[in-house]
Design a protein around this ligand. Structure first.
Ligand code: GTP
Ligand code: MG
Length: 442
């Protein structure tokens, strides 16, 4: 199932968004996460290694302006995934055309014929379907019944064994329809009889588009199939079916990109509406579970600002960094972390208490804004009379100001006690939030 690939890719990326510092180690572990996800989805090993190398090579390139290292890295992963999944989408033209579906036994040709007809019908065209499968006895009835169900005109001839003859008669009968979709017979393998048969259909109809139908459950084996069909018959597009029913879809989708024929459609279920245009970018966006790249980047931006996390790692931070870090944790909505920062565990809090914590964050932000630049850099210099003034200026109480100062002081003290290595580690994990959590400061 795609959900599995999706969940594991997402986990790796989300781990990156939570990091405050992105270093070589972080990139390597992200690459390992991605490798694991892709290999489990049957993506070709060589392809996975190439992708890893590209990410590794580009990870520390000069940053494009306006992007942080973390955002850049997420964008890089997104682009590299899109790259192996086909880059640009194939063009789907909404015009009169003749389409031939080919593929092995059970790949999904007949059901896809109906799905395609429905697709064009919904977009205002007049499609019809023709059964050119004279090999399997029940093929005629199957397509006829499905066509009736969705209200698409059908042509077939139960008594004619020559597929090309059926096609010729069918095209003549169905002249007034603009999108003509022809379903052909499958075989166990692409043998000579199948090649000959499809070639004769091809000659009789001269399709605008010959779509190879490949079931996703064959995984990376799709490459060989696509190459074989392409060599023997010259396919112009690919449709990958049954994406909903297998864990190997990643392999099938990436493998199809070796031929010039692009994946044009995918099917994600058995119903007539379960057909989609294949767009690698949108596919990757959905796969990694973020609406689009933009929201992914925003998410990366929200979490801990890298500079202040870096300062935390060296123990040299001021009130601005302190608030920036707390603010970023708050934005992500990690209430548990905030509550831990306040020295409370979630279990002890009554409902509604979350708002109180949020209130406190707001207060703290106001308090810091009421400090002078110098005070923010060196809160130690704040005197009792200044506490009074700051409380007044920020619309809070003296107790609020004292609480913030105490929290800051404690954090500072803790950072001094820790070895630089441990500090760095903590900073990387989640900045101040993690640090405060660890020591239960409040
Ligand atoms: N879950 C799922 N099942 C699908 C999908 N597409 C096709 N199927 C099922 O796969 C089976 C075979 O589909 P057909 O359309 O009959 O395949 P075919 O290529 O015409 O088969 P032959 O004519 O025997 O070569 C049917 O049970 C379909 O319902 C899909 O996207 N998802
Ligand atoms: Mg069929």
């Amino acid at each position: 199932m795609l959900e599995k690939l999706s969940a594991s890719l997402r986990k790796g990326l989300e781990r990156i968004t939570r990091l405050a510092l992105v270093d070589k180690g972080a990139v390597e572990s992200l690459i390992r996460d991605i490798q694991r996800s892709l290999l489990a989805a049957d993506v070709n090993v060589k392809l996975v290694h190439e992708l890893s190398d590209r990410i590794r090579k580009k990870a520390f390139e000069k940053l494009p302006s306006g992007l942080s290292r973390k955002e850049y890295l997420i964008k890089l992963v997104y682009e590299e995934l899109t790259n192996i999944l086909g880059k640009e989408p194939a063009e789907v033209e909404l015009k009169a055309q003749k389409i031939l579906l080919v593929g092995l036994f059970g790949s999904g040709k007949t059901t896809s014929t109906i799905k395609l007809a429905k697709f064009y019908q919904k977009r205002g065209l007049k499609p019809c379907v023709i059964c050119a499968d004279t090999f399997r006895p029940a093929a005629f009835e199957q397509l006829q019944q499905l066509a009736n169900k969705v209200g698409v005109p059908f042509y077939g001839d139960k008594n004619e064994k020559d597929a090309a003859a059926v096609v010729k008669a069918g095209l003549e009968t169905m002249k007034k329809y603009d999108v003509i979709i022809i379903d052909s017979a499958g075989r166990d393998a692409l043998d000579n009889t199948l090649v000959r048969e499809i070639k004769s259909i091809d000659k009789a109809m001269q399709p605008d588009d010959t779509i190879l139908v490949i079931p996703a459950d064959i995984g990376q084996e799709a490459q060989r199939q696509a190459e074989e069909f392409n060599k023997a018959l010259g396919i112009t597009s690919v449709m990958v079916t049954k994406l909903d029913a297998t864990g190997r879809a990643g392999g099938a989708l990436t493998a199809c990109n070796v031929t010039n024929a692009k994946i044009k459609f995918i099917t994600v279920g058995e119903k007539p509406d379960d057909l989609q245009i294949y767009d690698p970018k949108r596919f990757v966006s959905r796969l990694i579970g973020f609406g689009d790249l933009q929201s992914l980047l925003e998410k990366a931006k929200e979490v801990t600002d890298e500079k202040s996390a870096e300062k935390l790692a060296t123990g040299r931070f001021d009130m601005n960094d302190f608030i920036a870090q707390i603010g970023s944790v708050q934005k992500v909505g990690s209430f548990g972390q905030i509550m831990d920062m306040m020295g409370m565990s979630g279990a002890k809090l009554p409902a509604g208490a979350l708002n109180v914590q949020e209130e406190k964050m707001k207060k703290w932000t106001h308090i810091v804004k009421s400090m002078t630049k110098k005070e923010r850099a060196e809160p130690e210099i704040i005197t009792t009379s200044r506490i009074k003034r700051i409380a007044k200026g920020s619309g809070t109480t003296e107790a609020d100001v004292r609480e913030l100062l105490k929290s800051y002081k404690q954090t500072k003290k803790m950072t001094k006690k820790l070895s630089p290595k441990r500090l760095e580690k903590l900073a990387k994990r989640g900045g101040f939030g993690a640090l405060l959590k660890k020591f239960g400061a409040g």
